[in-house]
Write a protein that binds this ligand. Structure first.
Ligand code: SF4
Length: 370
């Protein structure tokens, strides 16, 4: 058959400098990557590596670890060496930990210019060490820890203040001919955050790391992040993303991946197309959709599965999907690639869909896709 055309995207990616965060390339046409941050004590190497393994399995591509203490800095070398994905050290107050992280072989170091005034004098030394090791620096500005001088100038963490803080710090690194930089300007208000990134994107060609900071518990944080990242990624702005949730980091990764999939910036895995149900439904659609989702969890192939409550839109959607069911009269018509392959009683719908999904997945894997 004809090779499938790549799915449409809302905008071409913004042109940026490219950089390497370990094995992951960042910027311009490199795929947008998903990051998260460990919640373990970094000094607890086993717990941290265990969490990194879980994050990797859930589709995390770059992981960040906090370095508040000497013990944490000392753990970095082993973590960086044993992690399956690149590790970024997150440094707030002590410039000496920046050197430790670079020496430890971390894939990048995040610094917060608002929190380390001592940094300004150390930039030359940091730039030299980072350049020698090929370690990129993320300049991570955060509304909650904005540089006091800028807070005084702007009165609060406005988009302009966030951007000025980031670009001031960049200028210090540029003086030392260091441009292996990624920038973030996080704010908890998606509107302020979006405006800040738009301004920043217009004023530099560094890759950008997107984040809504302190976005909140899972439900609120998911929506805030999806709205804000959607507004930016739909303009081609954003090279790495991190969804911040007051929830386990694996959840952040799932949300991040789902955002990218929704914008066709990442190949879809399993996608359930299910109807909201209505007065016409002849089956419990919520239950059916949940059971199918649970039954197919972890499938590695891009599969669109339609779960429809009745025959109004049911057959049409089910036909457009790789696999689907349209219910009616206590039965389910099972569609595969647009053809009704069988009609089964309601009680058999879930297991039949799972069975058919496995067959399709096998055929896809044999054919070498993806
Ligand atoms: Fe209602 Fe049928 Fe549409 Fe589902 S598919 S929302 S049950 S009309």
């Amino acid at each position: 058959g004809m090779p499938a055309a790549p799915p449409p995207v809302l905008a071409p990616r913004r042109k940026t400098r490219q950089l390497q965060v370990g094995s992951v390339s960042v910027g311009s046409d490199s795929p947008v990557s998903v990051q998260s941050m460990c919640t373990t004590k970094t000094a607890d190497v086993n717990a941290t590596l265990q969490q990194i393994a879980e994050l990797t399995a859930s589709g995390c591509q770059i992981v960040r670890v906090a370095v508040p203490d000497t013990d944490d800095a000392e753990a970095l070398a082993e973590i960086a060496r044993k992690s399956q994905i690149p590790v970024i050290a997150d440094i707030h107050f002590q410039p000496r930990y920046v050197f430790a992280a670079i020496d430890a072989g971390c894939a990048a170091v995040r610094v917060n210019p608002g929190n380390i005034k001592k940094f300004d004098d150390k930039v030359g030394e940091i730039a030299r060490a980072a350049k020698d090791r090929g370690t990129p620096i993320r300049i991570g500005v955060n509304a909650g820890s904005l540089d006091k001088r800028l807070l005084a100038k702007y009165g609060k963490a406005t988009p302009e203040a966030l951007v000025e803080s980031a670009l001031m710090e960049c200028a210090l690194f540029e003086e030392h001919d260091f441009r292996d930089i990624k920038i973030s300007v996080k704010h908890n208000d998606p509107v302020v955050m979006v405006r800040a990134y738009e301004l920043l994107a217009a004023q530099c060609d560094y890759p950008l790391h997107l984040g809504v900071t302190e976005a909140g518990p899972a439900f609120q944080g998911t929506i805030k992040s999806a709205v804000a990242f959607g507004a930016l990624l739909s303009q081609g702005i954003g090279d790495t993303i991190r969804v911040s949730l007051s929830a386990p980091p694996v959840e952040e990764v799932k949300v991040g991946n789902q955002i990218l999939e929704s914008l066709n910036l990442r190949q879809r895995g399993l996608e359930i197309v299910s109807c909201p149900s209505c007065g016409r439904a002849q089956v419990d659609v919520y239950k059916l959709a949940d059971e199918v989702t649970a039954g197919l969890e972890g499938m590695e192939v891009p599969l669109r599965v339609a779960v429809m409550g009745c025959v109004v839109n049911g057959p049409g959607e089910a036909r457009e999907a790789d696999l689907g069911v349209a219910s009616g009269n206590g039965k389910g018509q099972i569609f595969v690639k647009g053809e009704v392959v069988k009609t089964v009683p309601e009680s058999m719908i879930v297991e039949t869909l799972i069975e058919e999904a496995m067959k399709i997945a096998e055929a896809m894997t044999d054919a070498g896709t993806p």
